[in-house]
Design a protein around this ligand. Structure first.
Ligand code: GDP
Length: 437
């Protein structure tokens, strides 16, 4: 998310970071670059202009705090302005249980996927979610939601015969109540463009089910176009929040930065990948830190806490300490990490690495490693030293990889074991001393 903006802002601010005294020239120079970074991230030009003006006013008027480099103070101002732009205040869902959420948006925006993602997230928060397919025009959309609901073990309702959307809504509410669900998410029909029929249909459904939230799912990769779409939907439907999808990949991020200012509607969630785990509540302050290359360790830790089993983690740590970590443990660890989402989305949360783009296929590489280990017998995973030439060939064939890849993995693993043994034997301290020297 925001890789290129992070990189460009990083460049613009690099010169300021170490500056002892701020002159008008170096400020003006840096702010010009900030403005152009925002514009090339597809931020609305008015928003970019106001942003720079506000930063300038505050930087000029500020007291120089002792002990803090002026350059750092400017970065703090930019951080706070970014938070303001992304939307201050709470982005939590409002409403008592049963919580009713209407998802609206155009075709292909990621509405159905986001419906399941939101269900999964709320389930983790202790809700009993129920998802409802209200797209009566595309049977494929109903199937898609049903598959995702099954996968995430969410309650599901659809009516493949009726075309009466409000009636489907009422029936779904009754079903959800019977299933003791306390959160009902309606996936509505999309259109290629916003049109009156679509709006009327959503309005009728809304009148019937009385949702607590009406969330627009907008494709963040569309940049300014997403902002226009959001404005049109908000004018017609009075949205309560936004879900910005496809913020992974090469999304330039301009939509996220302009949409609140232009529409007044807060972003509540962002989609960062195709997997159902690639979905995050929107935290303006954390994202501002991420954009400024400071990482977002808080979200990373939260994600880890949600997905990684604490007992397993302790067991693994113990194994690592005792240097008794075999390939089977390695596989288990890899599977845990995968549950947290794509590698790119994880790396983006690390301080100093937010702008880093992983090489194409990092996730595929992980899948190949996984296939190699899975092609080994349990004994081989526990004692890789028994892997002779013919076993390695069998594993390469079985996993659809090459012997060199198997060899490479085993070599890496053996290096890792050596390191673990060094730490186990009290070599850790010695090694640290060496590193410090
Ligand atoms: P709908 O027509 O609005 O219901 O859209 P879908 O939910 O069917 O999504 C359209 C496509 O976008 C699918 O291929 C999804 O996998 C993909 N998609 C949805 N959300 C995201 C996201 O956050 N990131 C990426 N990369 N793809 C997404």
């Amino acid at each position: 998310m925001f890789e290129s903006l992070t990189e460009k802002l990083g460049q613009a601010l690099r010169n300021l970071r170490g500056v002892g005294t701020l002159s008008e020239e170096n400020m003006a120079e840096a702010l010009k670059e900030v403005r152009s970074a925002l514009l090339s991230a597809d931020v609305h030009f008015k928003v970019a202009r106001e942003f720079v003006e506000r930063v300038q006013q505050q930087a000029v008027g500020q007291q120089v705090t002792k002990g803090i480099a002026p350059g750092q103070q400017v970065i703090k101002i930019i951080h706070d302005e970014l938070v303001r732009l992304l939307g201050e205040g709470t982005t939590a869902l409002s409403g008592e249980r049963p919580l009713k959420v209407l998802m609206v948006g155009l075709h292909g925006s990621g509405k159905t996927t986001s419906t399941a993602k939101l269900g999964k997230l709320l389930k983790k928060r202790g809700y009993r979610p129920f998802v409802v397919a209200c797209d009566v025009y595309r049977p494929a959309a109903i199937d898609q939601l049903e598959i995702l609901a099954k996968q995430e073990e969410l309650g599901f309702y659809a009516d493949r015969v009726s075309k009466d959307v409000p009636a489907i809504g009422s029936a779904a509410l009754a079903e959800a109540q019977a299933a003791t669900a306390d959160c009902i998410i309606f996936d509505t029909a999309g259109r290629l463009q916003i049109d009156q029929d679509l709006i009327e249909e959503v309005k009728r459904l809304r009148a019937r089910v009385q949702p607590d939230e009406v969330l627009l799912v907008a494709d963040g990769a569309l940049g300014q176009e997403a902002v226009n779409v959001a404005k049109a939907f908000h004018d017609a439907l009075q949205l309560t929040g936004l879900v910005l999808t496809k913020m992974d990949g090469d999304a330039r991020g301009g939509a996220a930065l302009s949409i609140k200012t232009i529409t007044g509607v807060p972003i509540k969630f962002v989609g960062t990948g195709e997997k159902t785990a690639d979905f995050e509540p929107f935290h303006p302050d954390r994202l501002a830190s991420r954009i400024l290359g400071m990482g977002d360790v808080v979200s990373l830790v939260e994600k880890a806490q949600e997905t990684i089993d604490q007992k397993d983690a302790e067991k693994m740590a113990e194994k690592l300490r005792k240097a008794d970590f075999n390939l089977e443990d390695f596989l288990a660890q890899m599977q845990q990490v995968k549950k947290m989402g794509s590698m790119q989305s994880i790396v983006g949360m690390l301080p100093g690495m937010s702008g880093m783009q992983l090489p194409e296929g990092a996730d595929k590489q992980m899948a190949r490693t996984e296939a190699i280990i899975k092609s080994m017998t349990f004994q081989e995973r526990r004692k890789p030293e028994i892997l002779n030439g013919s076993r390695r060939k069998r594993i390469a064939d079985g996993s659809g990889t090459k012997i060199v890849e198997v060899n490479q993995l085993l070599k890496q693993f053996s290096e890792m074991q050596k390191m673990m043994r060094m730490f186990k034997g009290g070599g850790g301290k010695k090694m640290m001393r060496q590193l410090e020297a």
